[in-house]
Write a protein that binds this ligand. Structure first.
Ligand code: VAH
Length: 315
């Protein structure tokens, strides 16, 4: 990767990915784009362009003007929002992806877009979910993610585009809050544990989901994109995970620092149904074998870092 265009650069992943890439490759080498401007560091620490990913012509114009060789396409609606607005989600998630793939095809760019554990459904093996298995999601988010995986493989097979993707678990971060997801409860729990000493979870006890601390996700994106293509037996998309947790296990790790923390429940049937359709724990062996995936943070390390950084931001 030499000159990188990031879409959705002001979102949960993009905000930190842009700063991470600028540290690695140089600020001028990373063009951040988003549909809105904000005071986010990603918008002010290097090149920034306003871009609606539904406008393919503008995306091509920006990519040409900056002579990018890599597109990291992050702009999309997450699971809970997508379930509330399914047609908007399909149009944005697939329309934006198609525009980004077309720009990559026209300019010969390498290409990355995230998939998700949401690309699996109730018929998928729940524990040790294999790299290659049943993918019949029952959410619009999941349908768009499976379609996205297939479309990225198609652009690789038909046009030779270097497309690569990761099936992300719930991503936990303190810089830019997630929005519209199902796994966001974990971030909310850390914030409210510090602010109120208690949290009411919309996901039920015993609902195990894969999670990963954002620094590990950023490293995984760079490692995958820099991997020798000859080693890749898979491309779209690799299972990656760092831990499998439920609300109780997160609360127990928080109580090591906030002993009196109280966890209550008020289950949201919509997001609970989404969570129950997803696997409990992925098998990420293929990612480790093909490009050296190796997360650093476990639940204890993530909790310590989250509480330290959030308490610095909340005071
Ligand atoms: C969501 N955070 O909750 C996203 C992610 C695996 C979950 O795709 O929709």
């Amino acid at each position: 990767m030499k000159k990188i265009l990031v879409t959705g650069a002001l979102g949960q992943i993009g905000s930190e990915l842009v700063c991470h890439l600028r540290r690695l490759y140089g600020a001028a080498q990373v063009v951040a784009t988003d549909i809105r401007l904000s005071d986010n560091a990603a918008a002010h620490s290097g090149p920034f362009e306003l871009l609606d990913v539904m406008d393919g012509a503008s995306m091509l114009e920006i990519a040409k003007a900056h002579q990018v060789d890599t597109i990291l396409h992050l702009a999309a609606l997450l699971s809970a929002t997508a379930e509330a607005k399914p047609l908007l989600a399909w149009n944005l998630n697939m329309g934006g992806l198609t525009n980004a793939l077309e720009v990559s095809r026209e300019l010969g760019c390498s290409f990355f877009t995230p998939s998700s554990i949401g690309a699996f459904g109730p018929g998928t093996p729940k524990k040790g979910t294999p790299q290659d298995t049943v993918q019949r999601p029952v959410t619009m988010y999941g349908v768009s993610k499976v379609a996205g995986e297939l479309l990225c493989d198609y652009y690789h097979q038909k046009y030779g585009i270097d497309t690569r993707s990761l099936r992300f678990p719930g991503l936990i971060s303190y810089m830019a809050p997630p929005g519209g997801g199902t796994t966001d409860y974990v971030v909310d729990m850390y914030v409210e544990a510090l602010a109120k000493g208690q949290y009411t979870s919309y996901i039920a006890e015993g609902t195990f989901l894969d999670m990963m601390y954002l620094p590990d996700a950023l490293e995984a994106i760079v490692k995958l994109m820099e991997a020798d293509p000859a080693r890749l037996r898979h491309r779209n998309a690799f299972n990656v995970t760092a831990m499998s947790v439920d609300p109780e296990t997160v609360a127990t790790s928080i109580r090591r620092y906030i002993p009196d923390f109280v966890l209550n429940y008020h289950v949201d049937p919509v997001r609970q149904a989404i969570a129950e359709s997803w696997p409990n724990s992925l098998d990420s062996t293929a990612a480790t074998q093909e490009w050296g995936f190796s997360p650093v943070y476990d639940l204890g390390g993530m909790t310590k870092d989250m509480l330290e950084n959030l308490s610095g931001r909340l005071t």
